[in-house]
Design a protein around this ligand. Sequence first.
Ligand SMILES: Nc1nc2c(ncn2[C@@H]2O[C@H](COP(=O)(O)OP(=O)(O)OP(=O)(O)O)[C@@H](O)[C@H]2O)c(=O)[nH]1
Ligand SMILES: [Mg+2]
Length: 708
Amino acid sequence: MAKTSKNIRNICLLGHSGSGKTTFAETMLFEAGAIPRKGTIEGKNTVSDFTNIEKDRGNSVFSTLMHAHWKDSKINIIDTPGLDDFIGEVVSSLKVADTGVILINASQGVEVSTELVWEYVDQFSTPAMFVINQMDHEKADYDSALEQMKSRFGNKVLPIQYPINQGEGFNKIVDALRMTMYVFPDGGGKPEKQDIPESEMPRAQELHNLLVEAAAENEEGLMEKFFENGTLNEEDLATGLTIALANQQIYPVFICSSERNMGSGRIMGFINDIAPSPVDRSATKLAEGDDLAVDSSGPKSLFIYKSMSEPQVGMVSYFKVFSGTLNSGEDLINQQNQNTERFNQIFVSNGKIRSNVDSLLAGDLGATVKLKNSQTNHSLSEKGKTIIVEPITFPLDKIRVAVRPPGKNEMEKLMKALNQIADEDPTLKVEQSATLKQTLLHGQGQLHLDLIKYRIEKVNGITMEYDRPKIAYRETITAKADESYRHKKQSGGSGQFAEVHLRIEPYYEGMADPADLTVRNSEVEFLPWGGKLVFLWCIVGGSIDAKYSNAIKKGIMNKMEEGPLTGSNCQNIRVSIYDGKMHSVDSNDMAFMLAATQAFKSAFQQARPQLMEPIYDVSILCSDEVMGDIMSDLQSRRAIIQGIEAEGHYQKIKAKVPLAEMYKYSSTLRSLSQGRAKFSRIFSEYVSVTPDLQKTLVQNASMEVVES
Ligand SMILES: Nc1nc2c(ncn2[C@@H]2O[C@H](COP(=O)(O)OP(=O)(O)OP(=O)(O)O)[C@@H](O)[C@H]2O)c(=O)[nH]1
Ligand SMILES: [Mg+2]
């Protein structure tokens, strides 16, 4: 257990897939003595990638909480996945981390996911440091990686270390903060400290001076000392660097070979000495706009940043104690639903291995099991205190897929399992679309959805197939049309009679009342699927009693819900009811409803109907060499390119793309770019489809009706 909140460090490992985060975490745990043997990705035995899917894939899929003790600190380490399908895990981890440790692959430099995590680090104002990993790689290129980092992330990127012999023979690190050279034995581990060679002194000294200046710059007292003495003593240097790091004034750079176990000890030393503790961060933002100080004697308050069910265990809730001290056996009140939850057991964890602890101080991370009504993003606090930590905003979904319904019995089980996964994973949305008559999953990418299928099949034992999702088209009209319909039925004694005369027109904001009709009553319906129906009652002389107006409107709404062209929702139409006939005995609501539906339907067909399709704003970040392929693929998807901007070493393409052309886009993009491109999308608008496409879609829809 941490001695005080000041002794806690919460770090989160970030970076492109394959940069070596999981291996780095393993090395830190091993160096700190938290594990007796160092596992490897290839050996499928790392602490962090403990789930079967991670072992199968050789990639992290979930964020994993680990911890190690180094000197005075308890360092909580959250390893995150680098594949952007699992970006939700990064976002939730950043909510509770106090320092982001961004790994750079020495042979690759800044990669697309490095940019992506940087955007989040920047957005959350998380202090961050870099580790250039894989210095032993034959193609390791420190200078080029550093140059890319500086040009992309700015001059606050300050190297603390550089290699003497990068590549296969790598074993020497010059440390410009300690002004020492570390020389590692063959198997890595504890290095020998040596003097920096004479030839390297000018470079090391120059870097050292930059660090001293950066440390002095952010605190007035230190600035004065610096001017007086021309330097800072070790203690002042550490204080100044902590302030600079905590305020995102510097982004220090370390180097390492996780595989050979060279350099992680010194990085933990820096985290112990310099990285901000939870107390050094600015106070936590509460949902109401107030601040909450990290104080272990303050009111008890914690926040669940992640929930994950485990076989035989059930739901494990991972949380940060934002204030107060949590003791096992205590009750807290869920602030979202007011339920009382008992924390019978609290744990610290190293992957799947959990150990019981008696208490956790403000700032610490831990886990518990068997909470009854609490999920990710919920705050819990002691009785009588209303403390709601600002919830995590998860990224919008990027792709969707339909679930092919299994047998009737299975469907219920499947929905239950899917909803349970969605409870754990806020980046998955399950939608039962009445309009499309499909169950849709919305997620972050093909891999994300493949993982859901894997879990459903392996864990829940339900076979699951994906289908192409339907598109929610919209129908409207582009011309005016008048139509009438008489509904008449004679069966036995009483009959049914109604006659409706109506006019339909394309509706637009601010349009004038029809000049040739007398509007008695005007109603505006805001349609649940967007757009409007404006309903004008223009009956003069009592040809239809006003009591039938609701039934007539209902008849029109029914057809607007399942439009005449393709069965899609209709929108932005004005209907004027101006004449008709009724019968004193045979007329009723049902008759008028049916007559209105038919009149509307035939008027619609004559009013030059137009089908509209959803268009998304798509933004793609990619490297130069894959841009050409991505652009020509976009053109084949009826995309309209809006612009291309340089963003660091990358290009950002902005385009408007029909949703119908986005099916499986995440897999296409991944293979087109070999993983060197990311995309996001957001709904933009409905746009008319071309006459040719309309013809095809109407034909397809009529065939579907015949088939079903
Ligand atoms: N040569 C060399 N290989 C390394 C080093 N660190 C990691 N690797 C290898 O790089 C590969 C990817 O390592 P991981 O630790 O899984 O990378 P990651 O960043 O966790 O990847 P994701 O979980 O997919 O985000 C593995 O084969 C590691 O053995 C290193 O320092 N040197
Ligand atoms: Mg990993």
